[in-house]
Design a protein around this ligand. Structure first.
Ligand code: IPE
Ligand code: MG
Length: 230
């Protein structure tokens, strides 16, 4: 019988390549973002089926404000349209949604939608989905430091927006950098890079990343029991 897969507790995703996916198909970048958004729903639901307990997905970074205005406008309005259309389906799945990121620059409409989603899913018992929107790790870390009194690691981690360590980090579209995402939480993460553009990243690709994760020997700075000198 095949050995059972160890499912990572927390999977983080840098969903990159929406623009390149669209360009290759001679479509506007916004269409790439639309299909990218739909793919997040598909992969998160699959991860929940596989019994992944937590996921953090990078959807808009604190640096993405520097893109052309029409693209930023689309990225700010698309969640309102897409999520509103699917709100019943989202809130009746057992996924729990939390938004991580700044609440200072985004519109009141978006904040209202975030509050509604968080409230309607707060008693769900399935996968916790952290949607990183206007998120940057520098911002998260500085905030956590500002809140510190005791100056312990435990206190610092409690002050972070994403509180659990990442086991597996996936970045699509061939880039091999972290781009100010979860800098603290990925300290011991296994990292899987793939050339696939995010809208084309399939359930099969996700399962492949988990299979590769299963081949890793995670030592957390220790050595294997059998390597110890007698
Ligand atoms: C990721 O796709 C989505 C966001 C960052 C919002 P990109 O928009 O970065 O796609 P590429 O990198 O231009 O292909
Ligand atoms: Mg990109």
């Amino acid at each position: 019988m095949a050995k059972e897969l160890v499912i990572p507790y927390h999977v983080a995703i840098i969903a990159d390549g929406n623009g390149r996916w669209a360009k290759r198909r001679k479509l506007p970048r916004s269409t790439g973002h639309y299909f990218g958004g739909m793919n997040i729903a598909k992969i998160v639901s699959y991860a929940n089926d596989l019994n992944v307990k937590e996921m953090t997905v990078f959807t808009f970074s604190t640096e993405n404000w520097n893109r052309p205005k029409d693209e930023v406008d689309y990225l700010m309005s698309a969640p309102l349209d897409i999520v509103k259309k699917h709100i019943d389906k989202i809130t009746t799945s057992n996924i729990k949604i939390k938004f991580v990121g700044r609440r200072t620059k985004i519109s009141n409409d978006l904040i209202a939608l975030i509050n509604e989603l968080e409230l309607k899913t707060k008693n769900n018992s399935g996968l916790l989905l952290n949607v990183a929107f206007d998120y940057g790790a520098y911002d998260e870390i500085i905030n956590a430091i500002t809140l510190m009194k005791d100056k312990t690691i435990e206190e610092f981690e409690k002050n972070l927006m994403v509180k659990t360590p990442v086991d597996l980090l996936i970045r699509t579209s061939g880039e091999t950098r972290i781009s100010n995402f979860l800098l603290w939480q990925i300290s011991y993460a296994e990292i899987y890079f793939t050339k696939k553009h995010w809208p084309a990243f399939s359930k099969r690709d996700f399962l492949k990343a988990i299979k590769i994760y299963n081949k890793k020997d995670r030592r957390f700075g220790k050595i294997k029991e059998k390597e110890k000198e007698k």
